[in-house]
Structure formats: structure tokens, C-alpha cells
Design a protein around this ligand. Structure first.
Ligand code: F6P
Length: 765
């Protein structure tokens, strides 16, 4: 704390404490002094009255000698200065020796002859000190006043005691003031000054770029908001510096990678002020009631991983289903909430579905119908008319919400996501022809024969063709889509341009391989996550091993998890030297658990892990650890960064972002990616060890190859893959998607006539 502040604080404290203490001391001393005076007055009155009773008969009888003896008896009594007795004419009859001299200069202490005799009880200040006098008249039997008796007390002791009390009180005031001021200043110094100094030092180090660890700052009570804001400020500063350094580095290398800043500028110039909207079924932040209050989590979803950085960069609006049990408690009256909760950067508009709607739309049509329809994983799609009706109804519900959000926006730009919303592009374009609409299909598109088994393939295709731009991960998916349209709908397909013309509207069809935020250098990584301890991680899981393999998936039959476990089993059969040396950790986030096929799969995965473990495990080692719960991104990073290899064995996958996240997290250029050739990511990550997940022998050998790969080769492969992930990051994905969308020509005037497909009109009634 600065000296001047301490000085000002101490002066103010000293003055305040001293004034208050002195006032208390004054009133206390005054009360004590008055008490002493009252005691003396009472005591003197009682004594004088008893003396009057003894003196009256003696004065009446003129027994002056006895009267003097009576007076002399009080000569040496403590504090009694003396007694004076007069007759009615004011002549002294008896006096305590020496008293007359003390009082003779004060004639009002004597009874004046002829004066009316009145009782007196008072203090008088004499030159020799304060004296107290009680004067009472003496009466004869017939009640005539025959004289007066005055009793004098020396009251100087009261003044002395008052002075002593004042001295004590004053010393007390000084000690009290010093103590209070000292304790307060020390408390401020330790409780406020030290944390503030620590905070200032830390901010200084951050500013200087030395990246010192955050100090142990108080984060309770009055400090909590300050500490929270300072931490946020520091993390924004670190992020901004990392981004700037990365930009500078790339500029230096002559590269032009996409970054959040570049995307933001790009979107602003391309959209010319139009607002960006995203729609998906899965929301990016889910609020739930927990024992400690409401908590916010990020669901396991590749779509969320990809879209989140774009919305952050452009401050758009994301419309999604509210699925958390505390979601309704965290939105405003328009069902909106700003996210991320710690550092709000864009709006989330939640849409509420009834249980029936969720069952029919999400579990039923989308995930028991379209999902297995598009993935060649040999799970039969189920199509039910009720599910289809809910699918249409929910697409309309999302359309209403989106139209509401876009109401006051000119030429909005909409990025629709995934197979849940095949009908949405048409619904939006019918109402807002000025909107530029893109839909990105995050899963594969199968060949026309496979897609043709869907009873509503025409409606789905027509809905999709409402979009100005239809995106897939791979060129092969675009080709399949065009072939499907060619077989199912009347339209004109321009193969050179990859465009479909229908009802006077053109839809471009393009591949945009989705990605993650990027593989930046170590400086942008949170420090505590860069050097995780493998031993510590495995210790927590209760196993000892020298090598670690990792798999991260939603528990979905397209991911090939049982196939992966069987490959690990085969690996231990073929390469027994690795028993007790390698543990494979499978993080499996439960997914779509209301669907029977997913329940069966979960049972199968658990049983396979148990069976294989039972075969090989020892007291402190097992081949497979299956972590059957949702893990945060931060938790997963620790495994990515310590694993010797990551196994991605999808039977069929649009892209698979786990593969790219693993590569992005390996700053150390270590770790081997084993990747299914049926995952879209294998088209870009040619340096992964490629496997066919149906080929158990090959997968077992690939695990051995990964473990025994020469460090130099591992490094080279990882380095090349990191360049790809860095260059082809999600900002580039969004930039290219938006660029292509802006090349389309939406109608300028709303209200162009549009024929709603018959199936949709039917179910709308
Ligand atoms: O792959 C399609 C997809 O929507 C992904 O984007 C996402 O990772 C996954 O499915 C999420 O599924 P759900 O939203 O059903 O949990």
C-alpha cells in the first residue's frame, strides 16, 4: 500500500479512535466524580442529623461544656474538617479547634444573626481546597429555632480522585488508540496489502511476458469479484499475446494461417454487417442442477468443438435445443443466455422440446433413422411415420425460433448444422429469401442405393436444396449427394460447378473438411496442462504401466470400440512382452442412451473390457481401463498429451475430430495416431498409421508398430500432421464456408412464392 495512503488512513483512524475514547473517558470520570460527591452529601446529611439530635438538648440547657465535648469527639475523624454550633443570635457556642480559621474568610458559612435559618448541603471552594458543609437549624421543644449546627467535610480528596481517574482514563485512551490503529493497519497490510501486492507482481510478470504462475490469491468475500476479474483479464492477455505471437511467427514464415482474428475480420468484411446465426440440435453449453448449485458443462460433440470458436470469433447467435435440467433457470425472458459463462462472447437461444418431440425427432428419426442410414456400420435404420411427423414438427419449431431471432436483421447469414435439420433450409428460405443459408452435413452421405431406402428421401433432399450452399466433409460425400438427387428428384445438376438447380433456385454442393481450433505452439497452451505426469494419471486409475494408449469416443456403434478392444487383445496374444507394460485407456462418453442399440453396445463394450482384463490382468496392472463417463476437454487433454498412441477405429465417420485434437495437443511431436481409413480425417492425415478396423490382425500389428516406431519417424509424422491441422483449422473451415456462401446470390426482396412440399403441408395440418 502506498505510504501516503497508510499515513492518511492512520491519521484518520487515530483521530476517530481518540475522539471516541476521550468522550467515553470524560463521561465515565464525570459520572464517578458525581458519585463520590453524592456519597459524601448523603453521608454528611445523615451524620449532621444525628449530631443535631444530640446538640439540641445541650443548647436548650446552655450546657456549653458538654456541647464542646460533643464537638471535640469529631476532631480527628477522617475527612471531617470540623463542627460549628451557634446560638440563635449567631454567637459560636462550640467549634472544632482550627476550624474557625479555615472558614472565617467565608462569612456565608456562618449563620447570620436574625437571618432565616435554612438547611444547607453544598460544596464550597476555599483557598485551602474544596469543603463540604451541611448546616441544620437546632430547635427547642416548642419548635423555636435556638441555633444552628454546621458539619464540615474536607472534599479535596474527591478532586484528587477525579484527577487520578482522568490520568488513568487518558493513559487508557492512548494505549487503546495505539492498539486499535496498529491492529487495523497490520490487518490491512496482511489481509489487503499483501494479496494486492502479489496480484500486482503477477500482473507485472504477465505484462513482461514471463508467464509467472498465478499467485495464491484470496478468492472469497470482498476479494472474490476482483480476483475473478483479474484472472479473466490475465487469461485474455495470455490468449491475445499467444495469438499475436503466433500471427507474427506465421507472418515471419510467410504462411497465412487462419486464426480467430483473421476469421473475425474476414466475416466482418464479407458479411458487411450481416449477423451470423448457427443452428444445431446440440447446444454448446448445458446448465444442470448439482449439489453445489447450477453447473455449466460442454457436451461431448464434434460439432460443438468445431462451431464454438466461430461463434466466439463473430459474436453471433446460436439456436439449439435446451437439454440441461437447469437450462430454463439460466435464460432470460426471450430464452437467451450469453455464453461462455466465464467470458460471454455470443448469444445462445434455447429451444424447448417436449419429451415426445425429443423421442420422435432426436432419438427416433434422426438417430434411429438417418444416422444408421448414412453410416455404413451395419446397423439397420428404423423409419416410423410418427418419428417422421415429429421430425417435421421440430424442424418447423426451430424455423420459428430462428425467424424470430433474425427478425430485425438484414440479409442474415445462417449456418445450419447436421442431419437433424434437413428440412430447415427450405423453411427458412421460404420465409426469408434474403437470408444466405448454408447447411453442413457432419456425417457421411452414402451412395444413392443406400440412401434410397429412406421412405422420405425426396422430402429430405428437397428440404436440403432450399439451402444456397450444402457442405460435406469429403468430395466423395458431395458426389454421393449429387447422385442421390439425380436419382430421386427432378432437377438440373451441373457437375462442373457442383450445383443443383431446382424451382429456380441454385444450391452449391462443396466439400469443407471440418477441423479443430488448430495446432499452435506451446506458448498458447495453459501451463499446467503441458507436462502431465503419465505415472500420476495411471496411479489414479490404479494401474502400473510403462506405455499408455488412449481412445476417446462417444459410445457409438460407428466408432468401432469393441473392434478396438479385440485388436488390443490380439496384440497381447501376439506380443506378450508388452503384457504388464501397456495399458489402454478408453474414455467412453455415454450417448443416446435411450436407444436400444446404444444400450446393447454399452453392455458389449463393458463386457469385452472385462473379459479381456480377466484374461490378462495382474494385481496392479490391466490391459484396458474403460472410463465410462463424460470427460471435460481439460481432462482429456492430459491423456492426449501423455499417450504413446491414440486409437481411432471408426467403422465409418464423417471426419472424426478426436484424431485432429490428438495431433493438435502434441506440442512435443511425440505420440502416434492410429487412424481408421473409414474416417474422413484419414484423407488429410496421411502420416497416421492407417488401419482397417475390421482387420484385427492388422490393428494389433499397428499398435506394435506405433510402440516401436523410431523416435525420429514419430517426430516427422507428427510434425507433418500438425502442419496440416494448423493450416486446415476450423477457422479456415468457417472462412471457406462463409466465402462460398457469400458467392451465392440470394433474393433481395422477401416474399418470393414458394411451393411447400406436399408431405410437409400434410403433417402441418
Ligand atoms: O457426427 C455428427 C454429430 O452431430 C457430431 O457433430 C457430434 O459429435 C455428434 O454427432 C453428437 O451427437 P449427439 O448430439 O447426438 O450427442
Amino acid at each position: 500500500m502506498p505510504i501516503s495512503l497508510t499515513y492518511r488512513l492512520s491519521t484518520a483512524l487515530i483521530s476517530a479512535v481518540a475522539v471516541v475514547s476521550l468522550a467515553f473517558a470524560f463521561f465515565q470520570t464525570r459520572a464517578d466524580t458525581l458519585g463520590l460527591r453524592r456519597d459524601l452529601e448523603d453521608h454528611a446529611q445523615v451524620l449532621a442529623e444525628s449530631l443535631v439530635r444530640s446538640a439540641e438538648p445541650l443548647v436548650a440547657r446552655h450546657a456549653n461544656r458538654e456541647l464542646r465535648r460533643l464537638v471535640d469527639r469529631f476532631k480527628d475523624r477522617e475527612q471531617i474538617a470540623g463542627i460549628l454550633v451557634y446560638d440563635a443570635s449567631g454567637t459560636p457556642l462550640a467549634t472544632t479547634p482550627g476550624l474557625a480559621r479555615r472558614v472565617e474568610q467565608n462569612p456565608d458559612l456562618f449563620l447570620q444573626p436574625g437571618a432565616e435559618v435554612k438547611p444547607v448541603n453544598k460544596f464550597v471552594k476555599l483557598a485551602s481546597g474544596t469543603i463540604h458543609v451541611v448546616s441544620l437549624p437546632l430547635h427547642a421543644d416548642d419548635d423555636m429555632v435556638i441555633g444552628d449546627l454546621s458539619l464540615f467535610h474536607d472534599a479535596a480528596y474527591i478532586d484528587l480522585q477525579a484527577a487520578a481517574m482522568w490520568r488513568r482514563a487518558f493513559t487508557g485512551v492512548i494505549i487503546q488508540t495505539i492498539l486499535i490503529v496498529a491492529v487495523t493497519l497490520l490487518t490491512l497490510r496482511w489481509g489487503v496489502g499483501r494479496p494486492l501486492r502479489r496480484m500486482a507482481d503477477w500482473l507485472h510478470h504477465l505484462r513482461m511476458g514471463s508467464g509467472a504462475n498465478p499467485p495464491n490469491m484470496p478468492d472469497q468475500g470482498e476479494f472474490e469479484p476482483l480476483t475473478r476479474e483479474v484472472r479473466r483479464l490475465a487469461s485474455s492477455l495470455t490468449e491475445a499475446r499467444a495469438a499475436a505471437e503466433n500471427e507474427a511467427r506465421l507472418r515471419d514464415l510467410g504462411e497465412s494461417s487462419w486464426s480467430p482474428e483473421r476469421l473475425r475480420v474476414f466475416v466482418q468484411t464479407r458479411l458487411g454487417g450481416s449477423r451470423l446465426f448457427a443452428v444445431s440440435n446440440r447446444e454448446p453449453y448445458e446448465h444442470s442442477h448439482q449439489t453445489g448449485g447450477i453447473e455449466c458443462s460442454v457436451p461431448a460433440s464434434g460439432l460443438v468443438t468445431a462451431m464454438e470458436p466461430i461463434l466466439r470469433a463473430c459474436d453471433g447467435t446460436w439456436v439449439a435445443q435446451g437439454t440441461g435440467d437447469a437450462d430454463r433457470d439460466t435464460v432470460d425472458e426471450f430464452d437467451r443466455v450469453r455464453v461462455p459463462p466465464d467470458h460471454p462472447q455470443y448469444s445462445l437461444r434455447r429451444v424447448w422440446l417436449t419429451e415426445e418431440e425429443e423421442q420422435g425427432f432426436y432419438f427416433g428419426f434422426a438417430n434411429e433413422g438417418v444416422w444408421p442410414l448414412c453410416h455404413i456400420a451395419h446397423t439397420r435404420p428404423l423409419f416410423r411415420i410418427e418419428d417422421w411427423e415429429y421430425y417435421q414438427a421440430v424442424n418447423r419449431k426451430f424455423a420459428d425460433a430462428l425467424l424470430e431471432e433474425m427478425e430485425f436483421e438484414d440479409s442474415p447469414v445462417v449456418l445450419m448444422q447436421d442431419y437433424h435439420f434437413a428440412l430447415l433450409p427450405r423453411l427458412i428460405k421460404a420465409a426469408r429469401p434474403d437470408a444466405r443459408v448454408a447447411i453442413f452435413w457432419h456425417i457421411p452421405w452414402p451412395n444413392p442405393e443406400a440412401f434410397g431406402i429412406c421412405p422420405w428421401q425426396s422430402e429430405l433432399l428437397d428440404g436440403l436444396l432450399g439451402a444456397d450452399l450444402i457442405g460435406f466433409h469429403l468430395q466423395a460425400h458431395c458426389n454421393n449427394f449429387l447422385d442421390t438427387v439425380g436419382r430421386a428428384l427432378e432437377s438440373r445438376i451441373e457437375r462442373e460447378d457442383f450445383a443443383v438447380h431446382r424451382n429456380g433456385h441454385a444450391s452449391l454442393v462443396r466439400p469443407f473438411p471440418i477441423s479443430v481450433a488448430g495446432a499452435f505452439e506451446e506458448l498458447s497452451a495453459p501451463r499446467e496442462l503441458t507436462h502431465p505426469e503419465r505415472g500420476g494419471l495411471l496411479d489414479k486409475l490404479g494401474v502400473r504401466a510403462s506405455f499408455l494408449g488412449i481412445g476417446v469416443d462417444r459410445v457409438d456403434y460407428t466408432k468401432g470400440i469393441p473392434e478396438r478392444f479385440r485388436a488390443i487383445e490380439r496384440f497381447f496374444e501376439k506380443y506378450p512382452a508388452y503384457r504388464q507394460e501397456l495399458t489402454f485407456v478408453q474414455i467412453g462418453s455415454p450417448s443416446r442412451t435411450q436407444i436400444r442399440r446404444y444400450q446393447e453396445l454399452m453392455d458389449e463394450v463393458v463386457q469385452e473390457a472385462e473379459r479381456i482384463n480377466y484374461r490378462f490382468q495382474t494385481r496392479d496392472w490391466k490391459p484396458i481401463v474403460f472410463l465410462n463417463r463424460h470427460h471435460s476437454h481439460k481432462e482429456i487433454l492430459q491423456y492426449y498429451r501423455t499417450a504413446d498412441f491414440c486409437l481411432v477405429t471408426s467403422l465409418h465417420d464423417g471426419m472424426n475430430l478426436v484424431a485432429k485434437e490428438f495431433v493438435a495437443s502434441r506440442y512435443d511431436l511425440q505420440g502416434v495416431l492410429i487412424l481408421s481409413r473409414f474416417a474422413g480425417a484419414s484423407h488429410e492425415l496421411g502420416d497416421a498409421v492407417s488401419v482397417n478396423p475390421y482387420d484385427t490382425e492388422q490393428m494389433a500389428d499397428s499398435i506394435c508398430q506405433a510402440l516401436e516406431m523410431r523416435p525420429e519417424e514419430r517426430r516427422m509424422r507428427m510434425q507433418r500432421m500438425r502442419v496440416t491441422v494448423r493450416e486446415h483449422n476450423v477457422y479456415r473451415w468457417a472462412g471457406r464456408l462463409i466465402e462460398a456462401l457469400c458467392e451465392t446470390r440470394p433474393a433481395k426482396v422477401p416474399g418470393a412464392p414458394y411451393l411447400v412440399p406436399t408431405a410437409m403441408t400434410r403433417s402441418a395440418s
